[in-house]
Ligand binder design. Structure first.
Ligand code: ACO
Length: 188
């Protein structure tokens, strides 16, 4: 495919169905109504990607305050299979990294990815993300159920007392089950 024009656009109540349809095709999980309600509230943290005016990708993030840090969480980032390796993922990720840079107050940006998703892992590694953790049985209804946490740090984590670490670890477990509260369809 010849290189075309890549643009990002806002997600609104008028095109949110396009986001839903896209996510159904690109990801092996179905995101619930709360996901889409929240996406309409996050402004620049969620964008549709257009290739020559056609919706072919999307990125959705939210701010996360687990582990005693201010973090940007990439919930979904993907594009339709025929449009991969054209730089669309790069445009979406650059958008996310620029938000972090402009804000200047994020400790890191992170995401979960299925352990067998080699293309996504290679993609994120190209931009300085590293495997921070492996979470066994993170996904409820897809195989493999295990996930890597990929993370790109902007600064060293703040020093914490042992009591604080224990408290934030408990919170992380609770939050991760909330993040993954979605229906599986078929594995990609
Ligand atoms: N194999 C090896 N390296 C890859 C691959 C691959 N399949 N895909 C991307 N890369 C690397 C390459 O270094 C590439 O540069 P190059 O093409 O010049 O060699 C670089 O990443 C940038 O590639 P882009 O063209 O910008 O990436 P693309 O638009 O294809 O998007 C993405 C990558 C988002 C991972 C895409 O494959 C996709 O949509 N996959 C399905 C959805 C998905 O798995 N998303 C991530 C799940 S985790 C999450 O959403 C939070």
């Amino acid at each position: 495919m010849t290189r075309g024009r890549i643009e990002l656009g806002d997600i609104t109540q008028h095109n949110i169905k396009q986001l839903k349809r896209l996510n159904q095709v690109v990801f092996p999980v179905t995101y619930n109504d709360k996901f889409y309600k929240d996406v309409l509230e996050v402004g620049e943290l969620a964008k549709l990607a257009y290739y020559n005016d056609i919706v072919i990708g999307a990125v959705c993030c939210r701010i996360d305050t687990s582990e005693n840090q201010r973090r940007l969480y990439i919930m979904t980032l993907g594009c339709l299979a025929p449009y991969r390796r054209l730089g669309i993922g790069t445009v979406m990720l650059h958008h996310v990294l620029k938000i972090c840079e402009d804000d200047g107050n994020f400790d890191n940006v992170f995401l979960h990815v299925q352990v067998n998703n080699d293309s996504a892992i290679k993609f994120y590694e190209k931009f300085g993300f590293e495997i921070a953790e492996e979470k066994k049985n993170y996904y409820k209804r897809i195989e493999p159920a295990d996930a890597y946490v990929l993370q790109k740090s902007f600064r060293e984590p703040k020093a914490r007392s042992p009591g604080e670490v224990l408290e934030t670890n408990t919170k992380t477990v609770a939050e991760s089950s909330e993040i993954n509260d979605c229906e599986a369809t078929s594995p990609s």
